[in-house]
Design a protein around this ligand. Structure first.
Ligand code: NAI
Length: 306
């Protein structure tokens, strides 16, 4: 498996590091526009190989897409991250041009690639990648829900005072502070509904903390987070490489599922060797349905800025 990661910044490098440590890919190519930056990150990461015991070959290039040829998976993390107080949507004017050009360069060299879009505003960038490449709809996946769900589980575990591995939960909807829908109704601790363990007030608080999870970190770090985003992307790349058929909420181009059309937004999907193997339609209650429609309206509004 050959993986290209465009953008050797915080998220791109973290994702390359997790992929290497898991030791399932033969090659990772890091691409950045900043002269020498990807080469430097690749060299630094390769100097971990003997320490961390991996065989994945990591190389770095400055904007040379010929080196990405025949990639099985490409991850787009290029673009600017938000600063404290900014919304993801405010990044569109800079990131749309970057994502479009990067997606076009990727498919010229790897016509059968599966693309994972990370750059924000992610749902709109995933939609843009569809328009720019015309790849089959299963071949473009937006990463947002995997991260938001991990943050949801972190907050649930904190509130329940239990290990995160004890809880299960999922966030669907748009990858934005207002668009995310943490499905508290379906969250469980070892199959037992979490409402058994915490009050509704506490559960509401978990929901709110989850939705502003990225903003909380941006305030603390001065820029957006990278470890959990990198881990979330690498888990999805691993599911494709291994044909695991693992389910992640992720941004999928919908054609009628959940009553939505011509929009990329976070819904549960099975991920395997073909990218999105299947979109899973779960039964939502009326409030959740209304929230998903509201979230989709907001994504459409951002798409309108393209
Ligand atoms: P960063 O600034 O550390 O790295 C971005 C890299 O992209 C830089 O090294 C820059 O030189 C490079 N770049 C810019 N234009 C390029 C081009 N045309 N071709 C190749 N490389 C180019 O930013 P960070 O923190 O890695 O974030 C990257 C993106 O990911 C941001 O848009 C951020 O908002 C988004 N993000 C999305 C998440 C999600 O859940 N979907 C989570 C975290 C970040």
């Amino acid at each position: 498996m050959k993986v290209t990661v465009v953008g050797a910044g915080a998220v791109g490098a973290s994702c390359a590091e997790y992929i290497a440590i898991k030791n399932f890919a033969e090659e990772v190519v890091l691409v950045d526009i900043k002269e020498g930056f990807a080469e430097g990150k690749a060299m630094d990461l390769m100097q971990c190989a003997s320490l961390n015991g991996f065989d994945t070959k990591i190389t770095g290039v400055t904007n040379d897409y010929s080196k990405t040829a025949d990639s099985d998976v490409a991850v787009i993390t290029s673009g600017i991250p938000r600063k404290p107080g900014m919304t993801r949507e405010e990044l569109i004017s800079t990131n749309a041009g970057i994502v479009k050009q990067v997606a076009e360069n990727l498919i010229k060299n790897s016509p059968n690639v599966t693309i994972i879009v990370v750059s924000n505003p992610m749902d709109t960038m995933a939609y843009l990648a569809h328009k720019a490449t015309n790849l089959p709809k299963n071949k473009i996946i937006g990463m947002g829900g995997a991260l938001d769900s991990a943050r949801f589980k972190y907050r649930l575990a904190e509130a329940l005072e239990c290990p995160a591995s004890d809880v299960d939960g999922m966030v669907i909807g748009g990858h934005s502070d207002t668009g995310m829908i943490p499905l508290t109704r379906l969250a469980t601790r070892n199959s037992v509904p979490v409402s058994k363990f915490i009050s509704n007030d506490k559960l509401e608080n978990v929901k709110e903390e989850t939705k502003v999870g990225g903003a909380t970190l941006t305030k603390l770090l001065g820029t957006s987070a990278w470890y959990a985003p990198g881990a979330a992307v690498s888990a999805m790349v691993h599911a494709i490489a291994n044909d695991s058929k693992k389910m992640f909420p992720c941004s999928c181009l919908l054609e009628g599922e959940y009553g939505l059309k011509d929009i990329s937004i976070g819904v549960p999907a099975i991920i395997g060797k073909n990218g999105i193997e299947e979109i899973v339609e779960i039964e939502l209650d009326d409030a959740e349905k209304a929230k998903l429609n509201e979230s989709a309206e907001a994504v459409r509004k951002t798409n309108g800025l393209l």
